[in-house]
Design a binder for this molecule. Structure first.
Ligand code: FAD
Length: 518
């Protein structure tokens, strides 16, 4: 017979966190929780990870083609942190300058000069040749007004705000739309003013490096797909692809118990993270659960905004740039994948270009042939060499629900990651992060969710990376807290504590609460 000191002791099984959705939000939550003594599963309905930031295989060539070019900026500190965490950060190239091509074909480069922020881009801006001197003064006046929200009007679009602050149709089309439509994937006529302000302050004014663009050197399917899958499996995270979740499971007492798959299989879990797009969440929650989540009725108000990507493979080189912003045109941005990723159409000499058209509402009524026709006409105007070149093949990909639309007042409709239901969290670029629909917003939401779960487990851990530091002169002139960069933005510190593990004392002893049932 064993005495008490010899009796086997059974450590409780680690709590199970089940993440529905393998986009960047779900992936960020999973990678941040790895190594924290929790069992993690990622359930993804598609055959690959990466969600909207992924690639498809061209059946004609077997080549990986991104659904659309994805770029990030240095101010996206959490995406950077995520990429470092999973060892893919070296697969990006940082650009010190952004090239702009005026409608007349003149080139301007936006790069930081010697002046401190917020004036580091002033020299480039003054040299920009797509605006006249009087227009530059007008834009400078607009930027000075934009730094403060004092005279914002509720519900006002950014286009109306610009008109109210001395901007002309030319400054709006050539400057403000050029910067913001691709950054926020929305037209100025239906864009939230606060989001426009955030792009300028965080991206262009707060810190010298914030505006620098980072471009992937490999297809998205490798970056956030196969590489992530390997990392997760190496870190004991269960990844199930081609596995759709049908509904979140609750018990008779209203406790979260896991999920039911479309196949009918049931998986138990202590925490469920809904990291699916905003228009999918409600359908996965049972009615009695939805009744306890009135904040989610707001999701009906969110709308989607489209992006069109056009992939063109030419038999020869036609584009003299690695990437270029084409000012005042239908095509907004051209990325030369032969130059950036070493990919070509026909071996030596061929060129693979990817064109991006954000907020492509006007293209929704057109078929692919008409869109191709329109962009080929523009390219011929921009680079006459395309007239002589042979288009070897092409893809036109319009993502109708590319991002949630940053319409005026949108922030009021974005729910927090922590829900009032113990064990149920939301993650996704559409949740309340203050960021527009970006990879950065998605990763922040995943980190916040992971922080919330660890806090519920009695192991509070700061995961959200600080913003880039606000440089002193920028802080003073823009009225920003100069040390903002030192502080993370964890929501868990100022949110009510979940009762999932009972009282703090119970959490410390690990003796109470539903997590114990795992
Ligand atoms: C064309 C395009 C261009 C873009 N360009 C940029 C850019 O340049 N820079 C940038 O920062 N951002 C860009 N974005 C936005 C960026 O891709 C998104 O903000 C980010 O990827 C969103 O991640 P997410 O995890 O929130 O959502 P998603 O990526 O949508 O992930 C949700 C996942 O949930 C899965 N899912 C849904 N339902 C279920 C279910 N029932 N069961 C299991 N799984 C389910 C989906 O398959 C998906 O994989 C772009 C987006 C698009 C579409």
């Amino acid at each position: 017979m064993l005495n008490s000191s010899q009796a086997p002791t059974y450590a409780p099984a680690p709590p199970h966190v089940l993440i529905v959705g393998g986009g960047l939000a779900g992936l960020a939550a999973a990678t941040a929780l790895a190594g924290h003594d929790v069992r993690i599963s990622v359930i993804e309905s598609r055959p690959r990870l990466g969600g909207r930031a992924s690639s498809f295989v061209d059946p004609a060539t077997g080549e990986s083609v991104d659904n659309c070019q994805h770029v990030t900026m240095t101010c996206c500190t959490n995406l950077t942190d995520f990429c470092r965490r999973v060892n893919i950060h070296e697969l990006f190239r940082r650009e010190e300058a952004i090239v702009f091509l005026s409608p007349e074909g003149r080139i301007s480069r936006l790069r930081a000069g010697l002046l401190p922020a917020p004036f580091h881009l002033a020299g480039s801006f003054l040299r920009a040749n797509y605006l006249r001197w009087s227009e530059k003064l007008r834009v400078a006046y607009g930027l000075a007004c934009l730094r403060s929200s004092r005279d914002d009007r509720p519900g006002e679009s950014f286009a109306d705000w610009l008109l109210r602050h001395g901007q002309t149709i030319r400054t709006i089309n050539l400057y403000w739309a050029t910067v913001l439509v691709s950054a926020l994937n929305e037209r100025l006529e239906q864009m939230d003013v606060g989001h426009a302000r955030k792009i300028f302050i965080d991206g262009f004014l707060r810190n010298r490096a914030g505006f620098q663009m980072e471009i992937p050197l490999v297809p998205l399917g490798e970056l956030y797909g196969t590489r992530l899958e390997t990392w997760l499996r190496d870190h004991d995270v269960t990844v199930r692809l081609t596995t759709g979740v049908r509904a979140v499971k609750m018990d008779s007492e209203g406790e979260i118990r896991g999920v039911t798959l479309r196949s009918g299989e049931s998986i138990d879990a202590d925490f469920v993270v809904m990291a699916v797009p905003f228009d999918r969440v409600r359908a996965l929650l049972p009615d009695d659960l939805l009744a306890k989540l009135p904040a989610l009725t707001s999701l009906d108000v969110l709308q989607a905004s489209p992006i069109t990507g056009v992939h063109l493979w030419f038999d020869r080189s036609v584009c003299p740039f690695d990437h270029v912003v084409t000012v005042g045109r239908l095509i907004q941005w051209v990325f030369n994948h032969t130059a950036i990723q070493g990919r070509s159409a026909t071996g030596e000499g061929g060129e693979y270009l990817q064109l991006v058209i954000s907020a492509s509402y006007d293209l929704l009524a057109l078929d692919k042939a008409a869109i191709l026709d329109a962009v080929m006409k523009e390219l011929a105007e921009i680079w006459p060499a395309t007239r002589e070149a042979t288009l070897v093949r092409s893809w036109v990909v319009t993502e109708h629900g590319a991002t949630f639309a940053v319409r005026p007042g949108v922030e009021a409709h974005r729910p927090l990651q922590r829900t009032p239901i113990d064990g149920l969290f939301l993650a996704g670029d559409w949740t309340d992060t203050g960021w527009p629909a970006t990879m950065e917003g998605a990763v922040r939401s995943g980190y916040r969710t992971a922080e919330g779960i660890l806090e519920d487990l009695g192991r509070p851990t700061a995961l959200v990376a600080p913003d880039l530091a606000t440089e002193p002169m920028a802080g003073w002139l823009l009225g920003l807290n100069a040390d903002r960069g030192q502080a993370g933005d964890s929501q868990t510190r100022d949110r009510p504590t979940s009762s999932r593990l009972g009282s703090p004392a119970a959490r410390a002893s690990g003796s109470a609460g539903p997590v114990g049932r795992a």
